[in-house]
Design a protein around this ligand. Structure first.
Ligand code: NAI
Length: 248
């Protein structure tokens, strides 16, 4: 399905981003693993290249820096020849109740989760507009749909990701670039590993499909939106949450 295509996934040295990279590589896609942790990115890229027999490179990129995202898009073209798929996946949390939340924690979470997507779309589309082809997938969250106590910064940023997805879908459709978003529910990764067990059990109990989601569940949805099967789909916000927030 993805033979000779090239995908960039931000924040993909581990977790959901890595699962997305693996699911694309499994179908022949060449991969750029990028992360603020450059060493981790290189290691993951080497492992993916060895496991799936595709080309994979690791690039250090802090998504909050515009020039680093531009360099990331250029690295895909210079080292792998093209750029077809871009997944804005990098994310960070700094949870606290709104009343106590510091300005620094507000700014960091907004900057990584929302400004990072803005810079990512700009960097990717600069290349994709010339090719008149592109698939952009943004990772939002159910928190962006229904809010999340203790995550005012994160939920607001993820709601912003939904709005920028719909806006970019409208702006780039005439260039044959689709822009969609996936909203994961609760997925066990390093990001969620510190949450109290009681909270995790409660969330699973309240989810219509009573199980924990896996990074691979998100990866399969992203792979669909990045594929030619989704050529007529843009501006969609796809929940992958076991039915956690049905109706939204
Ligand atoms: P994770 O913490 O395991 O992975 C996030 C990756 O992003 C890490 O490798 C980290 O180094 C990287 N990163 C952090 N700041 C960065 C920056 N400024 N520039 C570049 N890379 C940076 O988290 P996970 O769970 O894999 O999350 C992936 C995405 O999925 C995030 O956008 C997250 O908000 C979203 N998500 C996760 C959910 C979950 O339950 N795990 C639920 C809903 C959304």
């Amino acid at each position: 399905m993805f033979k000779d295509r090239v995908a960039v996934i931000t924040g993909s040295q581990r977790g959901i981003g890595r699962a997305i990279a693996e699911s694309l590589a499994e179908q022949g896609c060449n991969i750029v693993i990028s992360d603020i942790n450059g060493e981790g990115a290189q290691k993951t890229a080497d492992e993916i290249a060895a496991k799936y027999g595709v080309k994979a490179i690791g690039v250090s990129c802090n998504v909050t820096k515009k020039e680093e995202q531009t360099a990331l898009a250029n690295a895909a073209v210079e080292k792998l020849g093209r750029l077809d798929i871009w997944v804005n996946n990098a994310g960070a949390i700094r949870d606290d109740l709104l009343m106590r939340m510091s300005e620094a924690d507000w700014d960091l979470v907004q900057t990584v989760n929302l400004k990072g997507v803005f810079f990512g779309i700009q960097a990717a589309t600069k290349v994709m507009m010339k090719a008149k082809y592109g698939k952009i997938v943004n990772i939002s969250s159910v928190a962006g749909l229904v809010g999340s106590a203790g995550q005012a910064n994160y939920a607001s940023a993820k709601a912003g990701v939904i709005a920028i997805t719909k806006t970019a879908a409208r702006e780039y459709a005439s260039r044959n670039i689709t822009v969609n978003a996936v909203c994961p529910g609760f997925i066990l990764t390093d990001m969620t590993s510190n949450l109290p067990d009681k909270w995790k059990e409660e969330v699973i109990k309240q989810t219509p499909l009573p199980k924990r989601g896996e990074p691979a569940d998100i990866a399969k949805a992203v792979r669909f939106l990045a594929s030619s099967d989704a050529d007529f789909i843009t501006g969609v916000i796809l929940r992958v949450d076991g039915g956690m927030v049905i109706g939204l």
